[in-house]
Design a protein around this ligand. Sequence first.
Ligand code: ZN
Length: 431
Amino acid sequence: MPKQISKVMKYELKYLGEEDFYEMQKMLWSLQEDTREILNKTIQIFFHWDYTNKESLETTGKALNLVEETGYKDISGYVYDKLKSRYPDMSRGNLSATIRAASKKYRSSKVDILKGTMSIPSYKKDQPIILRPDGIRLHEREMIYTVELSLFSGDFKKKKAWKSNVLFQIKACDKAQKAIMQRLLSREYKLGESKLVYKKKKWFIYITYSFKKTDAKLDKNKILGVDLGVTYAIYACSIGEYGSFSIKGEEALEYAKRLEARTISKQKQARYCGEGRIGHGIKTRLSTVYSTRNKLANHRDTLNHRYSKAVVDYAVKNRYGTIQMENLSCIKKNTGFPKRLQHWTYYDLQSKIEYKAAEQGIQVIKINPKFTSLRCSQCGCIHKDNRKTQESFQCVECGYKDNADHNAALNISIPQIDLIIKEEMTSAKEK
Ligand SMILES: [Zn+2]
């Protein structure tokens, strides 16, 4: 699914308008002050309404009716009309955007404010002027970018007899700034609500732009075989394709072993510590053991999140629309992990991969893992002597040599591999 991504780019501005710059600057400062007042007043009105309503509920058991009290169906409309006449110079669009910004801020902390656990937000001096996207016009001529901002109301412009809105040159100095400008001009990027900011005696525009993250087209017929193991926590590759992805398992294994050793020694200590420890219950005595288990669980969680994200990212980047993994419920791996720790790590890692793959639209197929680690991915020969050690694979039939996990992952990536193996086994028996 395409994701909408929003970002902000900062540009310095140079005033180009018809008014004297010093005069214009005074007007902009006054707009900043107006913005601050509007933000604060909006929040106060919102709060006042909610507070009165709450009091009414508590004393009379009846909620107030907004339409009856104010004549408005929603409080924002009431605020807008109330403030419109008080701030006649500000562009109407920016006024409503400013009210919306305050309303959003208030709503996000409303519960705490009404409970009294948080004070009412208050906006300080030098507020950015909030710019509605439809009041921002970008232009380009011979690589010189300009922006026309609608900052003032129609009445104000008439009074000033201005022919246009306020014009600035946009200083796009570096490559990224230019690239974003170009994409905004070509409408590849969508312009969002932005800000006019006064900082260190200069004016800046903080342009918000957004775009849809286009999904690389996934190919359902491209299958990534993912083998979960110990030497390699993950080995992922695909038969007939170049490239592979792997993560060494040492980090997880070492940590687990270290913690396991500590847990055992603490269990022993705890059993014999007698009365010396505060509290006499078994729970207190074993609490350090539990905390070690928590640590292990947290560590596993962090690692598995990182690993699963990495392998799914690899699949997306290489357009794998399918991931095949072993069905863990019919597996008994000689893992080298302490027995107690074997299951959680594989199940957890696998379910995290499944979950993240689903998010990206990748289908996950579970295959029967029987003989995938003993089968030669090149000639199909299945023999227990193919795998002499945990790490290495060498085919007794064709001599193919490989890392054992890589060979297993290649097998896992073959479509319908469990059926193929079944056939290969029956024909081998017949011989
Ligand atoms: Zn072979």
